[in-house]
Write a protein that binds this ligand. Structure first.
Ligand code: NAP
Length: 443
């Protein structure tokens, strides 16, 4: 791969890259099928991604006519890589086997190893014969919506596609590697003012938050809306805060430490709740809801902003969902995309129907939404929330930190890129945005 990296760093033309010899194998962070039972008797919190995520040399796959082969300069850790690496709630090898039944091309994905990772940015090396809008040499970021565009159900909103998948989670050849195979309709222009690693951390979380809050498909936030954001300095939460501030809303950010509270204040989020300090106990010891604690939480929000939330940005799941449904304003919306603490959730329906609330399920973003969210990054209107960067051979440790909630914002991973800070081509926009904003989450 060294000759590919040198060619990219030396400004090789698209034609030169299109003809550069490809290696037989490349470095990739993988989980292995033989390990799928390794955590069978281990409590969820103690399942350790450092034991299951391995760096391997794997063969370079052939690309289909609608695909591109991308040299990955950097990638990032998403929570779905934590899920894959602890084989919860199901082993992702089940998805790969199911996918393999669809076509001759999808059979490639059913392997005894799974190259994980659902973010990436880099340089296109090869495109299939049906690819029109991208060519070798293009600098790209990659979103993770893997869609079969020959399926009628994928037209309108492609997230409703019958066989919509998340690249690098439900498909193989993901982004935590030196090369990746993607559909051409996953590609977006790399923001020129950002380094490789700053460009690589956004697509999954930023697009998810855009759909949840801004898109017609989500909560349709309006100016002046009060938006309660759980995990407000986490991956999706940190972009959510920026969308609320940009859109004229009033964010109420929930975090779990004074350091995270400080980051929020720096971002311009005035209303902050430190849930560790507040010590909410939404569940009683006997596994029943504690309504008094929901009321206390609602009172804390009112004391900060004077009213109940129009929108609740929900993702912790079981531990917070009852409270989220309770504190939303009459006629308000709870939008959810996840259930980190458990997916069997409970809420008191009386406060839901009598107060005419809405619950919106949301999952990643369609290409139009991901592109719109990427455009805002590229214009310097939404900032990356990179806190740390790891090398590709440290992916296990990086995923461990996310699993144990030891991080803020996003963790980047250098793949082919050797140094942090490389890849910036628009120095002027970078200086307009400023290092203070770009480094706000850095440790
Ligand atoms: P993250 O970086 O780990 O951030 C999540 C934040 O949630 C944490 O920083 C933590 O913040 C807070 N949190 C965790 N457990 C909590 C609990 N029990 N109660 C209250 N707050 C809690 O993860 P992320 O990237 O933001 O992703 C969050 C979830 O969304 C994950 O489950 C992920 O799989 C999912 N997700 C889904 C989609 C989709 O398309 N459906 C896309 C992206 C992410 P504090 O400790 O500071 O409160």
């Amino acid at each position: 791969m060294r000759h590919i990296l040198d060619a990219i760093n030396n400004g090789a033309t698209g034609e030169q890259l299109a003809n550069i010899p490809l290696p037989d194998a490349y470095r990739a962070a993988v989980i292995e099928k033989v390990d799928a039972g390794m955590f069978a008797d281990v409590p969820s919190r103690d399942k350790d991604p450092r034991k299951s995520l391995k760096l391997r040399e794997v063969p370079v796959p052939e690309i289909a006519h609608d695909e591109a082969l991308v040299a990955v300069m950097a990638s990032s850790i998403n929570f779905n890589t934590v899920w894959s690496s602890v084989f919860e709630p199901v082993s992702t090898f089940t998805s790969l086997t199911r996918f393999a039944r669809e076509s001759a091309w999808s059979k490639r994905h059913d392997l005894p190893y799974h190259v994980v990772g659902s973010d990436g940015c880099g340089v296109v090396l090869r495109v299939g014969s049906a690819v029109r809008n991208w060519k070798p040499g293009d600098r790209v970021t990659i979103h993770c919506n893997h869609v079969d565009d020959q399926d009628p159900s994928a037209h309108d909103d492609s997230m409703l596609g019958a066989n919509q998948r998340i690249w690098g989670y439900e498909t193989n050849f993901g982004g935590l590697a030196d090369l990746t195979v993607v559909k051409a309709n996953q590609l977006m222009p790399k923001p020129a003012h950002l380094s490789w690693e700053e460009s690589a951390v956004n697509a999954l979380c930023n697009s998810t938050s855009y759909r949840m809050l801004v898109s017609e498909n989500g909560a349709r936030m309006k100016q002046g809306d009060v938006v309660l954001i759980w995990g407000a300095t986490g991956g999706i939460g940190a972009y959510a805060v920026q969308y609320v501030l940009n859109g004229g809303g009033i964010p109420v950010g929930v975090v779990s430490s004074p350091d995270k509270a400080r980051i929020l204040k720096d971002m311009g989020c005035e209303a902050v709740i430190d849930r560790s300090k507040a010590g909410y106990e939404f569940w009683d010891d006997d596994d029943t809801h504690n309504e008094a604690e929901w009321r206390r939480f609602g009172g804390d929000i009112r004391s900060l902003v004077g009213e109940d939330p129009d929108i609740v940005f929900e993702h912790p799941g079981r531990s917070t969902f009852g409270a989220s449904m309770y504190v939303a304003k009459k006629g308000g919306t709870v939008v959810t995309c996840a259930a980190t603490s458990g997916y069997m959730m409970e809420f008191d329906n009386r406060f839901f129907w009598m107060r005419l609330k809405r619950l919106v399920g949301s999952h990643f973003a369609n290409y139009r939404e991901a592109y719109a969210a990427n455009r805002l990054i590229a214009k310097g209107m939404i900032d990356p929330v990179l806190s740390q960067t790891f090398a590709l051979d440290q992916v296990g440790e990086a995923a461990y930190q996310v699993h144990r909630n030891m991080h803020e914002g996003k963790i980047g991973v250098l793949c082919l890129a050797q140094n942090e800070g490389d890849g910036v081509t628009d120095v002027e926009l970078r200086s307009q945005v400023g290092e203070v904003r770009l480094r706000r989450f850095r440790r």
